[in-house]
Every structure is written in structure tokens, then in C-alpha cells.
Design a protein around this ligand. Structure first.
Ligand SMILES: [Zn+2]
Length: 476
């Protein structure tokens, strides 16, 4: 079996923040479960949405060449992923002329051949932040969009190509309501269904070269227009796995099994994207898994408040696995969550250093002194069905709960039995049994904390040695 998993494709007009880190790690939990536990053939894709007008403007502000600007920022996202121990099998750039351009032109041509693309003059209020035209009734009392208060909309008039989204209205309703495309959680599915109660308007999928500043994928057979952000950005999910340039690769991986996205872009993934694919006669993604947003110390993250957190800073202070643990432990998979250094430190000390770290350290120390050897059989490494079910339903908080219940039970048992009072010979039976239990815990942790899992599993087999602390004291 194969599993094709994607993160959303971030705009690269600025540095990545903790929300990106969270999404990358969440996708990686899923990837590692399927790859390392279920043994499936897995591909994780991310990329960079580089053709947005936002990028052009940000580059202009920075006084840089657009290509250089997006390259530089794309690398930051890629570097962050590496720091988080998230390996993207494919990182597809939107400015990639070799693969992404022909892939997007192929998608366009297919939709056009199906009669779903037409040209018309449009005049409307446009939010550069969202890259969207808005109707007046969709704006706040200042006539500004809800995502970008303080940013006046622009009146834009131009001749564009339109996609006949309206034609797919009923079809999309059927697909979402029947879970043929599964939108998770249920709450997000309801939002999509509520959105689909109104008539679906056709959408603009191109802009003039002039307004696009000659940046983006050229429209096939019209050199005066470029593709408009969502049409080509969503197609990164396909262009990264061979669409339009490698048939074998494409047929192996497409359709995506899971699109991991943030709640702000559900509509594009659950409505626009399936419509483009239906029009092009292509297969549809199976699951759209939607996570929430981060607050910091209880407040919305914003540049104005100055509380935007650089995830690299957290990694530097606590380590990669500690941050991955925090994401699983503290952040509900599908609702909003909060980050604070205080809470991070608290959890690091209590649950990581004291409960898990101490467990491994005291048992291996005793076993090392006693000269114990452990043989791990395949049977001992079996993954509990209950835990598998939590992983495949993306309930990472419950995964942590399950594992920490095992850790706490073990600690309780050890404290009750007080093996340190025994002679080595009498201790052996207990230590052997506990080392096997700890080894299993290591395995359960693979998707969440891969390095820690590896260290634990390595320390609990063969001739047991003393191990370095898994979660050393934090330096002040
Ligand atoms: Zn906006």
C-alpha cells in the first residue's frame, strides 16, 4: 500500500513561524506511523507557493529580485523542517519551470478542453493579502477582509479567465456529504457544507501579465496572462509527483491520501481543488485533515503584538523531540492550541525529564550494574491495535495519553516494588520485564519522537549499559 501525504504549500513571503512547524510535524507523525510502524510506501510532500502577488510585493519591498527572494525564503522553510526532523520526500517549488509550469499548463489545458475556462471582464474589490476578490457583504464594517484588518482592499478591473466552478456545485456537495472526500474534523466538514448552501460563483484563475508583474505560470495559448494563485498553487500537490512530466511516478502516488492543512484554507481544498480535478478528469484526494491555529501566551500571534515565535528558538532551548512532544501533547489535532515557554518548560521537566527520562535512566543504570542482557523478539515489538487506531485517526493527544499512562504505571510499579533494596539475583526478573516494557514504549514513540524512540530502543536491548540522560536539565 502507498500513502501520499502533503502539508499545505506555504507562501514564502516571510520567515516560517510556529504554525508552520506544527503542520510539518503533524504531517510527519502521520508519515512516520505509516512508514515505520505500518510499513507502507510513503511520500511526504511540501513545497513553496511562490507565484503569489504577495511574494512579488514582498520582494519589491526588500529590494530583491523575485526569484532570489523566493529561493531564499523557500530554503528557510526547508531548513526548519530539517531541524524538526521532518524529511520532505519532495519539496516542490511553484517557480520551478521544469516540472511545475508544464504540470499546471496541463491542468489548465484539460479544464479548458472540458469547456470550463472562459474569458470575461471583472471588476471587484481585491485583497492582496488573501489574493481574493470579495463581495461587500463578506467584509467587516470598515470594508476590510476579516483576515487582514487595517489593509484596504483595492478596486481591480481586468479581463481574466474564469473557471466554471458553478458547474461542479452539486457534485462537490455529493462528494463531501458522502465522505468520498473526507473532511476532518466533522466541524470543518459542516463549515464546508454550510458554504455550499449558497450558490457557487465561478472564479478568476488568471491575471494580466501587467498585474502579475510577469511572474507566475503563463496561461497556455495566451501570452498576455498568468495563472492565478490557487489554480497553480494547489496543483503543486500533483506537479511534485510527476503530473505532466512523469506518468509512472504520477500513477504511483496520485491521488493524495491526506492533505494536512490549516483551517483558513479548507474551502480551497474541499471545494476549488476537487472541482479543478473533476474538470480535468483526474482522481480526487481522499482526506483533508484540518488543524487549528496557535495562540502564544493566550494571544493571537501577530507581528504587531511582537509575539511571533521562531520555532528554531524553541528547538535550540529544548531540543527537537521536546517540541515535537509538545505539539502532540498540548495541541489538539483539530482545534486551536496555545504555546508558551512556561508551559513548554513545565512539560519538559515533569513529563519528559522526570517521568520518561528518569524511568529509562534508573532502570538501565540498575541493569547495567547487574550485567543484564535483553533479547527482544518480534512478538515484543508488536504495536497495540488501540494505539494504531489513535494514530490513523490523527488523535495525537490521545497517543501521548496512552503512552504516558504506560510510563506512569511502570513508575508506580517500580516505586512499589523498590528493586534497589533487592540483591541482583532477585532483581533480574523485574528488570528484564521492565526493560522490555520500556523498549515497547520506545517503539510507541517512534512517530512522535523518533530520536528519543531510537535511543530508548537501543538502550533496552542486548547487554544493557548506562545511558546519557534523554532530557538533560535545562540551562538557565
Ligand atoms: Zn485578506
Amino acid at each position: 500500500m502507498k500513502k501520499y501525504i502533503t502539508t499545505a504549500i506555504p507562501y514564502v513571503n516571510g520567515a516560517p513561524h510556529i504554525g508552520h512547524a506544527f503542520e510539518f510535524v503533524q504531517a510527519d507523525f502521520i508519515k512516520r506511523y505509516y512508514k515505520d510502524i505500518a510499513g507502507e510506501d510513503v511520500l511526504l510532500l511540501s513545497g513553496a507557493d511562490e507565484n503569489a502577488l504577495k511574494n512579488v510585493r514582498a520582494a519589491e519591498t526588500a529590494g530583491e529580485d523575485v526569484q532570489r527572494f523566493v529561493d531564499k525564503h523557500a530554503i528557510e522553510f526547508h531548513e526548519l523542517a530539517k531541524k524538526l526532523n521532518v524529511i520532505f520526500d519532495v519539496f516542490q517549488k511553484g517557480s520551478d519551470k521544469k516540472h511545475h509550469f508544464p504540470a499546471s499548463q496541463e491542468l489548465w489545458t484539460r479544464c479548458a478542453q472540458n469547456g470550463d475556462i472562459y474569458q470575461t471582464v471583472y471588476e471587484g474589490l481585491y485583497c492582496v493579502g488573501c489574493e481574493l476578490f470579495y463581495n461587500k457583504d463578506e467584509l467587516d464594517e470598515n470594508g476590510e477582509c476579516f483576515e487582514h484588518p487595517g489593509k484596504p482592499l483595492e478596486m481591480v478591473k481586468e479581463e481574466n479567465y474564469y473557471f466554471r466552478l458553478s458547474r461542479y456545485h452539486q457534485k462537490i456537495i455529493d462528494l463531501i456529504s458522502s465522505d468520498t472526500i473526507k473532511v476532518l474534523p466533522e466541524e470543518r466538514k459542516h463549515e464546508v457544507m454550510a458554504f455550499l448552501k449558497q450558490p457557487l460563483q465561478d472564479i478568476s484563475i488568471s491575471r494580466t501579465n501587467e498585474r502579475a508583474k510577469n511572474w507566475g505560470v503563463p496561461v497556455p495559448e495566451d501570452d498576455s496572462q498568468r495563472m492565478y494563485v490557487w489554480f497553480d498553487a494547489l496543483n503543486i500537490y500533483q506537479s511534485g509527483v510527476g503530473f505532466g512530466w512523469n506518468k509512472t511516478m504520477y500513477e504511483k502516488w496520485w491521488p493524495a491520501d491526506i492533505h494536512v492543512i490549516g483551517k483558513g484554507i479548507t474551502r480551497f481544498h474541499a471545494v476549488y481543488w476537487p472541482a479543478f480535478l473533476l474538470s480535468a478528469g483526474l482522481k480526487l484526494p481522499k482526506t483533508i485533515f484540518v488543524h487549528g491555529y496557535f495562540t502564544v501566551d493566550g494571544q493571537k500571534m501577530s507581528k504587531t503584538l511582537g509575539n511571533v515565535i521562531d520555532p528554531m528558538e524553541i528547538v535550540k532551548k529544548f531540543g527537537t523531540d521536546a517540541l515535537r512532544f509538545f505539539f502532540a501533547r498540548e495541541m489538539p489535532s483539530t482545534a486551536d492550541g496555545d504555546f508558551s515557554f512556561k508551559r513548554m518548560e513545565q512539560l519538559y521537566n515533569s513529563e519528559l525529564a522526570n517521568e520518561l527520562g528518569n524511568l529509562v535512566s534508573r532502570i538501565t543504570t540498575m541493569a547495567a550494574i547487574d550485567g543484564i542482557t535483553i533479547t527482544i523478539t518480534q512478538e515484543m515489538e508488536r504495536f497495540p491495535l488501540e494505539l494504531s487506531n489513535l494514530y490513523v485517526t490523527y488523535q495525537f493527544q490521545k497517543v501521548v495519553e496512552y503512552i504516558w499512562t504506560a510510563i506512569r504505571d511502570l513508575n508506580k510499579e517500580i516505586n512499589k516494588i523498590e528493586p534497589w533494596n533487592f540483591e541482583a539475583k532477585r532483581r533480574e526478573k523485574y528488570l528484564t520485564q521492565w526493560l522490555i516494557e520500556i523498549h515497547k514504549i520506545g517503539k510507541y514513540l517512534i512517530p512522535i519522537m523518533p530520536d528519543t524512540a531510537k535511543a530508548i530502543m537501543g538502550a533496552t536491548k542486548g547487554r544493557i549499559d548506562k545511558v546519557a540522560p534523554l532530557f538533560p536539565r535545562l540551562s538557565k
